[in-house]
Design a binder for this molecule. Structure first.
Ligand code: HEM
Length: 409
């Protein structure tokens, strides 16, 4: 039986619920493991109640649940809480963490990656002790969960320090799109592992756990808040956009080459007769871009993000990951008045799958999204990072009050 926490929607036919809030929780430096354990019991108990429609201050008057689910992640700092009984897993070691932004803003997220922090980002809030992924079918259900979390923690503040054992230190919200496209206009989430291969890639196996045997059956969450600079992108001709992504913009068909004018050629026969998009039934053979040695195709985002064939569950066999991203849209004061992007969230048995894909030459190493390493112009500056982190998603144990309780209890 799976011991993965709720909130990883990998089962065949399941789609992630519409709304997300990813909350980062900071532990009071004065709080020891017993205090943090007590607070996590309360927090997860309260969220469990909410998932059944029970709100503390409305006894006997249930609210719609919105099918709320929550997932608890442990960052490297969680294991440094005084009294923690287990050391930080090797897979959360410094090699598998994102760099901090420069004190003046900006800077690379990883040595060798083509992704940089935005120049106004001086603090990365995805480095706190814990993360809580809240997902639900309604915006109210995730927002209410954050507000109820705040109320609970507010009631635990220490009079002298004015700090609760856990404090909300960052919130990222997002939504699923019903057109299954991303802000750049292309279909996203088309190629996302065969459902049969998913659990093998997501779930930490005996071999992957190394000496951290207690993590077996859990997963690692990798998060990147990626802002998309739509201005230069939407002025790029469609053919140039397609050569950066690797798919036909309208149909989602994978590209198979270029014609004599250098224009992209989508896979012949896709979409099949009677359908208009690769996401529709009948087009299963076209989901994965086929093997190629065409250098133009190899530079596209889809190829760079997945150069090895197959969905091998072992890390050596592939760098596949289970992507479960949520788009964001935020009004901002500066022109054009909004910021859009992707809360990239992926689950895998080791963060190395993502970090290697982002830094390896031939893969996304040195490349912002697609195209050539160090490329200037819109392709080289499409994405900027606003936050990023790596969290262990401990396995569920029947007898434990919350996943990962063995670290403190
Ligand atoms: C805002 C940022 C991003 C956007 C808009 C974006 C967009 C896309 C699009 C349009 C596709 C093609 C559709 C599909 O096959 O699902 C795709 C595929 C993919 N992307 Fe991204 N992506 C972004 C960031 C990333 C990052 C940071 C990674 C991390 C490594 C990544 C990994 C992948 C993977 C693994 C695939 C599937 C490739 C395949 O097997 O065919 N993406 N992405």
């Amino acid at each position: 039986m799976s011991t993965l926490q709720d909130g990883i929607y990998h089962a065949p036919g399941r789609r992630p619920p519409r709304h997300l809030a990813l909350v980062f929780l900071r532990a009071d430096p004065a709080a020891d493991s017993a205090v943090v354990d007590g607070t996590l019991r309360e927090v997860t108990g309260m969220l469990g109640d909410l998932a059944e429609g029970r709100v503390d201050e409305l006894p006997g008057h249930p609210v719609p649940t919105g099918d709320l689910e929550f997932l608890l992640g442990f960052g490297p700092k969680a294991f440094a809480i005084p009294g923690a009984r287990l050391p930080s897993p090797a897979a959360l070691g410094p090699r598998y963490r994102f760099r901090s932004p420069l004190p003046t803003g900006g800077g690379p997220v990883l040595v060798g990656a083509g992704l940089e922090y935005a120049s106004d980002v001086v603090r990365n809030d995805a480095t706190e002790e814990f993360c809580l992924q809240l997902t639900a079918g309604t915006q109210l259900a995730v927002s209410r969960a954050v507000v109820e979390l705040w109320k609970l923690l507010d009631g635990r503040k220490d009079d002298r320090t004015q700090m609760a054992p856990l404090e909300i230190a960052g919130i990222h919200t997002g939504f699923q799109r019903d057109d299954h496209r991303s802000w750049i206009g292309f279909h996203d989430g088309v190629s996302n592992l065969d459902s049969g291969a998913r659990e093998g890639v997501i779930s930490i196996s005996d071999g992957e756990s190394g000496s951290d045997t207690w993590t077996v059956g859990g997963s690692y969450l990798v998060f990147l808040s990626l802002a998309v600079d739509l201005g230069p992108w939407h002025r790029l001709p469609r053919s140039e956009q397609e050569l950066l992504v690797g798919r036909d913009k309208l149909t989602g068909a994978p590209l198979t080459g270029t014609d004599s004018d250098g224009l992209p050629v989508p896979a012949a026969g896709c979409p099949v007769a009677g359908t208009t998009e690769v996401t529709q039934p009948g087009n299963e053979d076209f989901i994965e871009p086929g093997p190629t040695d065409d250098p133009v195709l190899l530079a596209t985002h889809v190829r760079r993000a997945n150069l090895s064939a197959g969905d091998a569950p072992d890390l050596a066999g592939s760098l596949r990951m289970f992507r479960q991203g949520y788009e964001f849209f935020q009004p901002i004061a500066a022109a054009p008045g909004f910021s859009v992007g992707l809360n990239f969230i992926s689950f895998q048995d080791h963060p190395d799958r993502v970090l290697r894909a982002l830094t390896q030459r031939g893969w996304l190493g040195g490349v912002n999204f697609g195209g050539q390493p160090g490329q200037d112009g819109p392709a080289g500056r499409l994405l900027t990072v606003r936050a990023g982190g790596t969290y262990l998603v401990p396995p569920v144990r029947d007898t434990a009050p919350y996943p990962g309780a063995e670290v403190f209890g």
